[in-house]
Write a protein that binds this ligand. Structure first.
Ligand code: NAD
Ligand code: WQD
Length: 342
């Protein structure tokens, strides 16, 4: 059992990871500024697990507040850092905001950790830092070539974390894992927690789900002329519960291990096209979902698929849930919670 600080733990991936961590017996303190979530998510996590967690409203950029959290809650064995902004389009419009939250916020967190002798960190990185890959599947050794401020911010935090850990001989006890997620989708099978995007969803799965609910009239498929088997974009979708399990395994690996710096892709290794995902969703909802093929979305790439071999070799972790389960669990959440957490 470990005592953990979870930043951004009220969010989509954070809340699902809290379920797995609580079920594994860990004690959690969650901080979140509720910029893209609400406390209800954590209340439902407690109901789902029958366990309690401590929830505090705090901004990771607020150094004094972070130090107060560390001071008041005693020594943390580790931190999982989900808190951040993640919308590519928004990052292009507001790069300084993304550098402030994602980079300066992570710097403030690292400072507070070092000041309190906590040197075990799992960081939410993203496959977006690979940009347009030379080939697929993508290994962790692929060039880091982000093509938007969001991806740049993730690459910067990876570099900053590594610099901190390597600045002292033998990593001076730092245990660090940068997890590069591909495309997390779905929801906890209970339908109690899930992704609750604000406004018009940028991402494919929540948009399809809202069309299926009748909230949106039709799905625009961004491009039918990509160099892919059916012409639509191919991605590596991973069930959020598989991703949550990956975080728990990573954290326990770090806690049990020597000082180290890990960089791991978390994906299925399977590519799914937009049209294949749409067809899978239609099988789940039992009816066709209106859609039309339109022009490519600026900044999109044809294909990004993970090589998840290192995570399997180092952690013994791989995805278990299918595309059908991603669609079924996401649809179950959507049906039970048409207004998200209300
Ligand atoms: P999310 O927006 O649901 O969760 C992020 C959480 O962080 C939210 O609860 C939000 O309120 C909180 N937050 C934002 N700014 C904060 C701040 N300044 N201080 C404290 N809390 C703050 O997003 P998510 O999908 O759960 O993503 C979690 C992490 O994983 C993010 O860092 C994101 O960049 C990364 N990631 C997400 C995806 C994806 O497709 N969802 C893919 C790769 C990486
Ligand atoms: C998936 C596919 C679209 C919406 C993004 C971020 C990335 C990461 C994961 C944070 C693509 C197509 C989509 C729609 C469509 N987030 N699509 N119609 O772009 O792979 O990755 O989320 O780290 O940083 O870039 O995910 O869900 O937006 O798109 O045709 O209405 O679906 O073209 O092929 P993406 P997505």
């Amino acid at each position: 059992m470990a005592r953990l600080l979870i930043t951004g733990g009220a969010g989509f991936i954070g809340s699902h990871t809290c379920v797995v961590l609580l079920q594994a017996g860990h004690e959690l303190v969650v901080i979140d500024n509720f910029h893209n979530s609400c406390p209800e998510a954590c209340r439902r996590v407690e109901r789902l697990t029958g366990r309690t967690l401590v929830l505090e409203q705090a901004d990771v950029r607020d150094g004094p507040r972070l130090n107060s959290v560390f001071d008041r809650h005693g020594r943390f064995d580790g931190v999982i850092h989900f808190a951040g902004l993640k919308a590519v389009g928004e990052s292009v419009k507001e790069p300084l905001l993304y550098w402030h939250v994602n980079v300066c916020g992570s710097r403030t967190l690292l400072q507070a950790m070092a000041a309190h002798g906590c040197r075990t960190l799992v960081f939410s990185s993203s496959a977006t830092l690979y940009g347009n890959p030379d080939s697929n599947p993508i290994a962790e050794t692929a060039p880091i070539r982000p093509v938007n401020p969001y991806g740049q911010s993730k690459a910067a935090v990876e570099r900053m974390s590594r610099d901190v850990a390597e600045s002292q001989p033998g990593c001076k006890g730092w245990r660090l894992a940068c997890l590069r997620y591909f495309n997390p989708v779905g929801a906890h099978p209970s339908g109690e927690i899930g992704e609750a995007p604000q406004g018009i969803p940028d991402n494919l799965f929540p948009f399809i789900s809202q069309v299926a609910m009748g909230e949106r009239s039709s799905l625009d498929v961004f491009g039918g002329d990509w160099p892919t088997p059916d012409g639509s974009g191919v991605r590596d979708y991973i069930h959020v519960m598989d991703l949550a399990a990956g975080h728990c395994v990573t954290l326990e690996h770090l806690l049990d291990g020597q000082p180290q710096l890990l960089t791991l892709n978390l994906g299925s290794g399977c590519g799914t096209s937009v049209l294949q995902a749409l067809a899978a969703f239609e099988r789940v909802v039992g009816r066709s979902i209106p859609h039309r093929i339109v022009a490519r979305r600026p900044g999109d790439v044809a294909m990004t698929v993970a090589d998840p071999g290192r995570a399997a070799a180092v952690l013994g972790w791989q995805t278990e849930r299918t595309l059908a389960e991603m669609c079924a669990d996401g649809w179950h959440w959507q049906q039970r919670n048409p207004l998200g957490f209300g």
